[in-house]
Design a protein around this ligand. Structure first.
Ligand code: DGP
Length: 114
């Protein structure tokens, strides 16, 4: 999508610190971190929301989660704890309409989330 910020990060038009990249996903640091570790893992293909995923995207979604786990290990928060969060639509706080998994950690977190 031409006007999608995250597609521009995928294509390299917008420069950001890339933490991980492969043929299907890219991970980079969130520009407005909410925790000491706040990394976003996104699919390279443009999918606006969770609601747009199809049965055939199951492997992709699983891959996003597994890369989140891998980065949590690299950032040494795997034992203390971390969250993998995927906001869907406005009421849940989604502001960028290209799905992204938030990896959050490095501090204690409350529940339920605000
Ligand atoms: P959400 O509110 O769940 O849609 O999360 C969007 C996140 O994306 C938010 O935490 C800030 C981050 N973000 C938005 N634009 C950019 C950008 O251009 N670069 C980076 N690195 N992060 C961005």
């Amino acid at each position: 999508m031409n006007d999608c910020i995250f597609c521009k990060i995928v294509s390299g038009k917008i420069k950001t610190e890339i933490v991980y990249s492969d043929d299907r996903v890219v991970a980079f640091e969130d520009s407005n971190p909410q925790a000491p570790v706040h990394t976003l893992i996104i699919p390279k293909k443009h999918v606006p929301t969770m609601n747009d995923l199809e049965e055939t995207d199951g492997d992709l979604l699983g891959h996003l989660m597994l890369i989140g786990k891998q980065i949590a290990k690299e950032k040494k928060i795997e034992d203390k704890g971390y969250r993998l969060v995927l906001n869907t639509n406005r009421e849940a706080g989604q502001s960028v309409f290209h799905i992204h998994l938030h990896l959050l950690g490095g501090r204690p977190m409350g529940w339920p989330p605000g």
